[in-house]
Design a protein around this ligand. Structure first.
Ligand code: MIC
Ligand code: SF4
Length: 641
């Protein structure tokens, strides 16, 4: 039986387990990436493992998130990351060099290799045929130390692309179509592998837009098998030698199949406040726009920016619109500067930001109260922009640029004749903002600013786990709800005690107070609890506040792993009606926890209501041990000693 491309890469990297969907496998990791908002914690954890030098083929630390420096905290953390990277064999991408996923694609990604990144959009690397997975910082720290990565073998979905995109219809519209069909939880436990005649019509950055936003489907990852389009891209990046052909066998078997006819797609928009609330742009009439943001790891490539520059050229941004543009990398920005496209943008009235995440993570440019903001980004969760009442729409660069000119949401097809931008046959390659690690780490002193506080560590499981229900939330709660991240909070990513004061406050302002007054307790969540980012802080802050377990209708993949890695039990209601029976401040208890933790069904008693609930503990043996011994760090230390 033939293998698909995902199975081939997994097979080449398989350390433990069998490739049976749903069963745990362990894979060897070739490359890792971190960014600064998760990196500080990941490197503190790496240091806690006591390993001198990374054991991967390549590990890179990027600075792209915590870019505004309104106090010393971010700059201090950058210095910590720079020095810890130098010491332990990690390449350092300096601030200004670009967004981790864009730079990784340009400079380091290798088809057929595995990449583990402490950022949920790491699957962007699937655009050149890497098996690229997002994970919590601790998992990445372990991988840097040479440890394998554990994940349940995903089912592989063949997405057959037929036809060809019509003018003004883009890669963004393909992934928005996927989100419309499958929703934000439709990809949990899956890899989307794109095949079919439509694939060859898509450039590497277009493919990367699609694999990037596969994260919004909840997918483990997405991948385009490598082909001559990838080979040309790598050649244009001056690294043809990194090309490796990875294609599905002719008789490859997939767990599921679906088809998208590119010729039938039209320009789409994801409406507030969810990436799956997708409608054709033609349905949105007379919606005034206050802000347009172009950039992010989804849509900030050279070609994206050139399209925007072409639309803006010779025009002026509408009087009531603030247009901000952040090109994805130094490479992109320099090329735009050299060919004059940057001048067209500036002349039209665009506000140019540095090559970084910026507004995507609320690092500045929060819109005005009740504003409509159009963004080429990947997430439009309520409040993520830094303005709770703002309405964020996710769109292609073409829709964004057209709307910036007209001042209302605009179908780009009204712009008239389409122009095509060629992929460059040679990119401007200059890696002078990437710092090599030291040959001998012993001579490097790691600089630690005062903002770095010790991170909480889980404790071994006791015989009884008891406490009150501290809060109860609904479906699709994001990690942006659990651990909000905006320009004011991001500087404290290495200070969990400070961050914990804001834990879950968008849903329940009193949560931190209740948790402290009751010496911790439990959280009740709906379905897809913890969707979105990989930020481990959404597990570390609850851990710090004494949360012992989360009971939910279902969990998002990365957040569930982060909770267990940090010793927090994740239980799913066997009978969904039990969710309705539990109230805030009910007292719950897990008796014989040490024995029950080995079972698939855990009985939880509600002492207040005198009821019992059957809950599913869907975990591997290794995860059960993590709960038993107090998290992944403790487990790794036990194994090493
Ligand atoms: C995001 O897009 O939500 C982030 C910010 O990049 C996060 C990482 C973080 O919270 O630091 C992610 O996607 O994992
Ligand atoms: Fe940065 Fe936004 Fe991409 Fe996250 S989604 S890595 S914040 S650009």
């Amino acid at each position: 039986m033939g293998l698909n491309a995902s199975q081939k890469i997994i097979k080449n990297h398989l350390v433990k387990g069998e490739m049976i969907p749903g069963k745990e496998i362990a894979i060897k990791i070739d490359q890792t990436l971190t960014q600064d908002s998760t990196g500080t914690m990941a490197y503190l954890q790496f240091e806690a493992l006591g390993i001198d030098r990374v054991k991967t083929k390549r590990s890179v630390a990027y600075i792209d998130h915590n870019i505004l420096q309104s106090g010393p905290e971010n700059a201090d953390d950058h210095l910590y990351i720079q020095t810890v990277a130098k010491k332990h064999g990690i390449y350092f991408s300096r601030p200004g060099n670009g967004i981790c996923h864009q730079v990784n694609l340009e400079r380091f990604g290798v088809p057929g290799d595995t990449l583990l990144g402490s950022d949920s959009h790491t699957p962007t690397g699937g655009g050149i045929g890497m098996l690229a997975i997002g994970a919590g910082g601790l998992d990445v720290a372990v991988a840097m130390g040479g440890g394998e990565y554990y994940v349940n073998m995903p089912s592989i979905v063949k997405v057959n692309l037929t036809g060809k995109l019509s003018p003004w219809v883009t890669a963004k519209d393909i992934i928005l179509e996927m989100l419309k069909r499958l929703t934000v939880k439709g990809g949990v436990g899956k890899i989307f592998e794109y095949t079919g005649e439509g694939v060859k019509t898509l450039s590497v950055p277009e493919r990367a837009t699609i694999t990037n936003m596969g994260a919004e489907l909840g997918a483990t990852t997405s991948i385009f098998p490598s082909d001559d389009v990838v080979q040309k891209f790598l050649k244009a990046q001056g690294r043809e030698e990194d090309f490796y052909l990875i294609q599905p066998d002719e008789d490859a078997v997939y767990d599921e199949e679906m088809e998208i006819n590119l010729s039938l797609l039209e320009p789409m928009v994801a409406c507030p406040h969810s990436p799956d609330d997708v409608v054709p742009v033609s349905e949105l009439k007379n919606i005034k726009v206050n802000q347009v943001c172009i950039g992010s790891c989804t849509n900030s490539s050279y070609v994206d920016m050139m399209k925007v520059a072409n639309i803006l050229k010779g025009n002026t941004v509408s009087e009531n619109v603030s247009l901000v543009i952040s090109p994805g990398s130094k490479q992109v920005l320099t090329m735009l500067a050299e060919n004059g496209a940057l001048a067209s943008m500036v002349a039209a009235g665009a506000r140019i930001l540095e090559s970084a995440c910026g507004p995507c993570i609320g690092m500045g440019q929060s819109p005005s109260t009740d504003a409509v903001s159009l963004r080429t980004f990947n997430r439009n969760f309520e409040g993520r922009s830094g303005t709770k009442s703002a309405k964020i729409y996710l769109v292609s660069p073409e829709i964004a640029a057209a709307s910036a000119l007209t001042g209302h949401i605009t179908d780009p097809r009204t712009l008239g004749e389409y122009f095509d931008i060629e992929m460059p046959s040679k990119f401007l390659v200059e890696d002078n903002m990437i710092v090599d690690p030291s040959e001998d780490g012993r001579e490097v002193e790691v600089v630690r600013g005062p903002n770095i506080k010790p991170f909480p560590k889980a404790k071994a499981l006791g015989e009884v786990v008891e406490g009150k229900i501290l809060t109860k939330v609904g479906d699709n709660i994001t990690t942006d709800h659990i651990m909000p991240s905006n320009a004011k909070l991001l500087p404290y990513r290495s200070n969990i005690p400070y961050l914990a004061e804001y834990c879950l406050t968008p849903c329940d302002e009193d949560f931190p107070r209740k948790a402290k007054e009751n010496q911790g307790g439990f959280i009740v969540g709906g379905s897809n609890y913890g969707q979105g980012s990989s930020r481990e802080h959404a597990a570390l802050a609850p851990l710090y506040l004494g949360v012992k377990a989360v009971f939910a209708k279902s969990f998002a993949r990365i957040h569930k792993a982060n909770l267990i890695n940090n010793g927090i039990i994740t239980l799913v209601f066997e009978n969904l009606e039990d969710y309705d029976k539990i109230n805030v401040m009910d007292e719950l208890e897990i008796k014989d926890a040490l024995t029950q933790i080995d079972n698939n069904i855990v009985i939880v008693s509600n002492k207040t209501k005198d009821e019992e609930y059957r809950m599913i503990f869907d975990a591997t043996d290794r995860q059960r041990n993590m709960i038993r011994y107090g998290g992944l760090l403790n487990l790794v230390k036990r194994i090493n000693n």
